[in-house]
Design a protein around this ligand. Structure first.
Ligand code: SF4
Length: 516
């Protein structure tokens, strides 16, 4: 890893505060950790909650319809602050910046810096240049110059961390803007990934989630940072290793102190049995799989340019369940893709019924500007989409509730989390995730339990989206992650030799990705 682009000595940031506002998927959440890490390394300080920051960074998402109107509305709210303080700066990065480029400055001339999805590392320099020259700076690269995980990151949690294993995607799903904005898939070298995971574990992080737009395609291109810099055009020519993702999971299983490994999001077309074997045979790989189905209709999958069919999808589910009987399987579903008939929708209901997902993230199709789907004829009327959506929700809620009810009486191990239980204060409960990813609200009793600690407890009741454990705590393990959380220290990576340091933890964002 390197700390390229970070030049603290050159950046007049001392004493200036920043705030990063994040929109969209996990990929953006993790990019925001890097933006925070870069700004920290450049001498900025995170603004305290509720305090106006000197620099506000918008890390944007282009996925939803009207995302741009909402963003420009939010930016315009800062105009009075900027008028009152000419030294205040606004930066706009992420997918919408990549898409709109110079247009950001036409629509919001008070913005100081616009940077693309491949230019995260330039943010401190661009901010400084904009301040020094009093001219807005725009930097949008077409392709990745350096794997972003080589950049510093200030981690959001002391106990769980995202680790990027690839960026970009070689698929062309017709509802998705990601390939246009994030580019072709580039895979990070296994040694770099494992060094980062090991370093996180050394500092007490208990859980990592391996992150990629199409995470199980990992191995499609192994490109070193140096080679990318020399010749980005040849990135895709480097030979693919089809067993790379399974090998990576098994290698994570050998990392001392790492208790939980998850990954998101895999693509059903790429899902191979060696991955199922690796999941089943690697004790710290969690018994959970989030695998986007999107539609149960083969006709619609074809229109979406998703190359698997319902039968293949259900085959993977069956093989995962046979190898890991207690696996909780979750999915993403889109209702009302252009041309979807009642028969197509029924096919989705049938697959949902057969797959018995523990949970599903359901989306009403909305036109995403710049995608082929937005131009397709036969857009489904909104009222039809709404009615189908409700039927799908009703079905999935029933299944989730039945699956969760079956958990009552079982003893679960929870990694205690923060910010996951909105009613925790009024119910005197805390929250945590079971190994299979289920959210559990539990009564801590008199024990001094901290986020980052590990407890076991018995499930006493169930709802579609969570479980409740109001029984006595069976075991409580205090962890160094819990110590770090309690002390307000934050894990950082990618600084110096890539070894993380521990510093202050912040809120947990958890929106589902749009991909897979
Ligand atoms: S939905 Fe996922 S697999 Fe499809 S193009 Fe988008 S990122 Fe790639």
């Amino acid at each position: 890893m390197t700390d390229a682009h970070v030049e603290p000595a050159d950046v007049g940031a001392a004493g200036r505060t920043y705030q990063v506002r994040t929109y969209g998927c996990q990929m953006n959440v993790h990019d925001s950790e890097r933006l925070a890490g870069l700004l920290d390394a450049a001498g900025y300080q995170r603004a305290a909650d509720g305090v106006d920051a000197d620099v506000v960074v918008f890390n944007t998402c282009a996925v939803r319809e009207n995302a741009d109107n909402k963003l420009y509305g939010n930016i315009s709210h800062l105009v009075p602050r900027k008028q009152a303080n000419p030294d205040m700066q606004i930066a706009v990065g992420g997918c919408l910046a990549q898409k709109d480029r110079d247009a950001v400055l036409r629509r919001a001339p008070w913005v100081d810096v616009v940077f693309g999805t491949h230019n995260i590392g330039s943010l401190p320099t661009l901010l400084e240049r904009a301040r020094h020259n009093r001219v807005a700076q725009v930097e949008i690269a077409e392709a990745l110059q350096e794997f972003p995980s080589a950049l510093p990151a200030t981690r959001e949690s002391a106990y769980a961390a995202w680790v990027s294993i690839s960026v970009g995607c070689n698929n062309t799903c017709t509802f998705c803007i990601v390939p246009a904005l994030r580019g072709k898939e580039v895979d990070r070298r296994p040694g770099d990934i494992l060094a980062e995971v090991a370093a996180l574990a050394d500092q007490g992080v208990l859980e990592v989630t391996l992150l990629g737009q199409n995470v199980n395609a990992y191995g499609v291109s192994f490109v070193t940072d140096e080679r990318l810099r020399e010749d980005p055009a040849n990135a895709a020519e480097i030979q693919r290793d089809r067993g790379a993702f399974a090998k990576l999971l098994r290698a994570c299983g050998r990392i001392d102190g790492l208790e939980r490994v998850r990954f998101t999001s895999p693509h059903p077309a790429e899902f191979t049995d060696d991955v199922i074997d690796a999941m089943a045979e690697t004790p710290n790989v969690c018994p959970t799989l989030h695998m986007p189905l999107q539609s149960g209709s083969d006709r619609i999958l074809k229109a979406m340019r998703r190359s698997y069919r319902a039968e293949r999808y259900l085959g993977i589910v069956a093989r995962v369940r046979s190898a890991i009987p207690h696996a909780a399987i979750t999915t993403d579903l889109i209702v009302g893709f252009p041309g979807e008939t009642e028969e197509d929708f029924q096919a989705t209901l049938d697959v949902v019924e057969a797959a018995r997902f523990a949970n599903a993230f359901t989306f009403q199709y909305s036109k995403r500007p710049g995608t082929p789907g937005a131009e397709m004829p036969d857009q489904v009327p909104k009222d039809v989409v709404q009615e189908r959506y409700q039927r799908l929700i009703d079905l999935q809620e029933r299944i989730s509730w039945e699956e969760n009810t079956a958990q009552i009486g079982s003893v679960v191990e929870l990694l205690v989390a923060t910010g996951e239980g909105r009613k925790d204060v009024s119910t005197a409960r805390m929250s945590g995730r079971a190994r299979d990813g289920r959210l559990v609200h539990f009564s801590p009793g008199d024990a001094h339990i901290r986020p980052g600690d590990v407890v076991t407890t018995t499930i006493t009741s169930a709802a579609p989206h969570h479980l409740v454990a109001d029984s006595e705590i069976v075991t409580h393990r205090r962890t160094s992650a819990g110590d770090a959380h309690e002390a307000g220290r934050k894990v950082t990576t990618g600084v110096g030799l890539g070894m993380p340091r521990v510093g202050t933890p912040p809120p947990k964002p958890a929106s589902k990705g749009c991909c897979g």
